[in-house]
Design a protein around this ligand. Structure first.
Ligand code: ADP
Length: 374
């Protein structure tokens, strides 16, 4: 059953806004996307009013979800800050202008403690990169598989809104089904519980993501998904260190972050920015992985350090973060990933799988208190 914009507007007419009129008449709605039972739009207000509108946003979401045929509703509150006006302090969930001034912090009010843990998940970790194309997603899935091989229950959340790769890396295409209480059921592949923004958004109708919308989408994929019990949830982050990434790092209850970099100088500069971003929001950096570290000839096995390998290791030492390992640039890693059967799964006894498992063991060791406490 397809849902129309008009049906959404009708449902929203029953929601009153803080301006005393029905929500569609308040002049705050973005265009509404209603596609395949998935409804997206934002409510745009000034930052100073955002708190008063949170309730309205929640009511609007409930009203839209109650429309027959709606599989998911993602409604973001977009707070624009007037020039010169003070932004409200950050809040849990909802919208948060990332540039907002943070009130003086008490240790118990650190960004980590402000985010509610996700019931059933012992540790959420991010796999991040300072820029796209360095192999972040390939690393994220192989790391998740390496953690699985260590006997852990692992989930993978592909939060790369700009280019979700998990459908390609796993061959999964289907839409998640819903539980009776309207939670999405993650897809299952290789023994991993998997959720991707790519399962929800059509590739041929790309969305324009505004910062707060990103957070609404991610929150939904974290909290409105029936993850069950997991030792580790690996989050494949959007590449880069912009506002969307910072908001994510700030709002997701992360136990740590892994940064993927290539050996080239430029990429290392980007990786350094990534590191600074996580430090800013008090998320521990579990380490740096150098991907495409050296070229390994698929025919003769000879190794060539075409990018002047070793940069990430030095950088990690200099910055005082663990260096987790080097992954070669190898045809098998590319071809298996692109065929939907990543190398740790397809060649479990091979040398690449062994590298990913060593990295996974180091990550697991750093998370063991959280895993043991769950
Ligand atoms: P990102 O998530 O950083 O954009 P991807 O993981 O999608 O990067 O990787 C980009 C491309 O590089 C993909 O085609 C992938 O198969 C390939 N790739 C990633 N890591 C390696 C590697 N170590 N060796 C060979 N190809 C790789």
């Amino acid at each position: 059953m397809s849902v129309t914009q008009q049906q959404v507007i009708e449902a929203l007419k029953r929601v009153r806004s803080p301006r005393g009129v029905a929500l569609p008449d308040a002049g705050v709605l973005s265009p509404i996307t209603a596609n395949d039972g998935k409804v997206f739009f934002s409510i745009n207000v000034e930052a100073s009013e955002a708190r008063a509108w949170e309730d309205t946003r929640a009511q609007a979401e409930a009203a839209v979800r109650a429309i027959p045929g709606v599989a998911m509703a993602m409604i973001a509150l977009t707070a624009e800050r007037k020039a010169g006006a003070a932004a409200p302090p950050p809040r849990q969930g909802g919208v948060q202008p990332v540039s907002a001034h943070r009130p003086h912090q008490h240790p118990a009010d650190s960004p980590m403690s402000r985010q509610a843990a996700i019931p059933g998940i012992a540790a959420v970790i991010a796999v991040a990169s300072g820029k796209g194309g360095v192999g972040k997603s390939t690393t994220a899935i192989n790391l998740a598989l390496g953690l699985r091989d260590l006997g852990l229950k692992v989930g993978l959340l592909d939060a790369d809104i700009y280019g979700p790769s998990v459908p390609r890396l796993t061959g999964l295409q289907e839409k998640p089904k819903l539980t009776d209480d309207k939670k999405m059921i993650p897809l299952s592949r290789f023994g991993l519980s998997i959720m991707s923004i790519g399962f929800l958004v059509d590739e041929d109708s790309p969305m324009i993501w505004r910062g707060p919308m990103v957070m609404s989408a991610i929150n939904q994929m974290l909290r409105d998904v029936a993850w069950g019990t997991l030792d580790v949830l690996v989050v494949d982050m959007p590449p880069g260190t912009g506002d969307a990434q910072l908001t994510l790092a700030q709002n997701v209850p992360l136990k740590g972050a892994v940064i993927v970099s290539t050996p080239q100088d430029l990429s290392l500069i980007d990786a350094r920015r990534g590191l600074a971003m996580f430090r800013k929001v008090d998320v521990p950096v579990l380490g740096i992985i150098e991907n495409m570290s050296y070229f390994q000839c698929p025919q003769c096995g000879t190794r060539s350090d075409i990018f002047g390998h070793g940069g990430a290791r030095h950088e990690a030492e200099r910055l005082g973060v663990p260096f987790l390992g080097e992954i070669p640039l190898h045809m098998d890693i590319r071809s298996t990933s692109d065929a939907g059967n990543p190398v740790v799964e397809s060649e479990p006894k091979g040398p690449h799988a062994a590298i990913y498992r060593t990295i996974a063991a180091s990550v697991r060791d750093q998370l063991k208190d959280a895993i043991a406490a769950a």
